[in-house]
Every structure is written in structure tokens, then in C-alpha cells.
Design a protein around this ligand. Sequence first.
Ligand code: 15L
Length: 289
Amino acid sequence: MKTVLITGATGSVGGHLRRELAGRYKLRLSDRRPVKGLSRSEKFMRGDIAKMADALRITKGVDAIVHLGGYSVEGPWDAILQANIIGCYNVFEAARRNGVKRVLFATSNHAAGFYRRDETIDHRACPRPDGRYGVSKAFGEALGSLYSDKYGMEVFCMRIGNVDVRPVDRRRLSIWLSPRDLAQLVTLGIEHPQLRFEIVYGVSGNTRSWYDNSNAVRLGYRPQDDAEAFAAEVLARDKPEDPVAAKYQGGAFCVLEDLPNPAAPTPGRRAGARRRASAAGGRGQARSG
Ligand code: 15L
């Protein structure tokens, strides 16, 4: 049985994945905080990926890494820098030094959150991050590409939408990923015999999807769930979104600011911010190859 490291194992995606993968792999779970309720096929190894020594220790001797660890929403630059830039680099570099070939990287829809909702994007879509968090995910994708091309590592980047037992709002109807579809995608990323570098969307087979996920399908992904089954109940309690957030796939992340933002859509500035956002929406949408 393969030994698979899950970084950031105490997070909610880690929790769903542990449940779904139970018995399929020996799981080495790592995080800064202890993981609760270990099963017999799970081991916990404490580690802070912002420290290279820890990254080297937790990645030693595993067959594959599912890298979920890091700061998982928009936030202060220093936190993102430590966890998602330095931490992500340390995980890839430690994998290389330890001879771990396969890395599954949990990137995010927010690496491309500034595409409009009336656009359909595929795995070739150029990153259009909607915040510093999104930039850090685009960085991880670029790093994975480098480690694949230069060192022959096998890197599977999953631009995850929102993992939950059910979609929670209108935006999530387009980007929802059910726990069992998450597990299918991760298993595919671990087991596929011929991976070099791939970007796929971590979403279920949602009727309202903004993604052409044909690259995942080409590799064998067959999602079992569709958020549409929850659409009526979600829309019945739907609240209006900020107009800028409503225009873009990244939603509120497109307007969230940790710092004072001169472009924030406050009443006096809303028109200018809209013009800027609309100009951004007019850019070419995808690069080829
Ligand atoms: C993400 O990337 C976050 O990690 C998650 O917490 C959600 O906010 C999700 O995106 C989303 O877009 O709903």
C-alpha cells in the first residue's frame, strides 16, 4: 500500500479527504497543530512547512504528496508569504531532495478568479489571481511546472473550487466539489501512470460550471455529483452579492482587501472601481498550449 503525505491535514479539505481515502493508502498527516482521531492507517507528523528542516522530515520516504497546507483564504501578505510561497517552495524542494516524484498541489479557483462568470475557461487559462492568496496559488502552479520540466517530477495541480458536503450559495453551484469527487480526483492524481505536469479543475460535474474540465476527463476523471441537485434550495435562500463580486468567478475574493484599498468600491469610488474591473474583464482570456 502506498504511503501518501497530506500536508495541512487539519483543514476541512484534509478532513474530507481522510474520511474518503481511509483504507486505500497509508496516510501520513502533517500540520502545525495535531490531528485528532487517528485511524490505524494514519500517522501524524507535526511540521511547519515554512521551515525547510520540517519539510524535509515530513516528506521523507513517502510515495506521493497531497499538498493542501498553507493559508487558505485572502489575508495578510506575511502569512501568505510564509505559508504559501516559502512553504510551497519548501514542499516541492524537499520532495525533490527526498526523491518523491509525485506531488498533487491544491491550487485554487482564485488563481483565476478575475475571469468573468460569463466566460468558460479551461486548464490553459492564464492565471488571473483575485488577491494575494490567488497569486500564491499561481506561484505554486508555476513552481510545479518548473519542478516537472527541470527535475522530471510528476505534478498534478487541482484548481479546487469549494469542497463541502453541499454547495452553500449561488457561486458555489458553479464551483462545488463533493468529498467523493475530491477523493476520485486525488486518487487519479496519485495513480495515473503517465503524468508530467497537469492542471485540472477540482470541481464536481456541475451543470452551472464555469470550467471546461476536459483535461481532467481526458485523464480519467468521471465526477459523480452535480451541484444542480441542490440548486432550488440554495437559490431560495440566496442573498444579493456585491456587484463587482457578482461579475467575477472569484466572487468576494475580488473585492476583499486586507489593506486599505484606494480602489475599493466605496460610494464615491464605486463607479471608478467598476470601470477598472470592467476594463480588466475585457482582456484576452486564455493562452494556448
Ligand atoms: C478557496 O480557495 C478557499 O480555500 C476556500 O476556503 C473557499 O473560500 C473557496 O476557495 C471558494 O472559492 O469558495
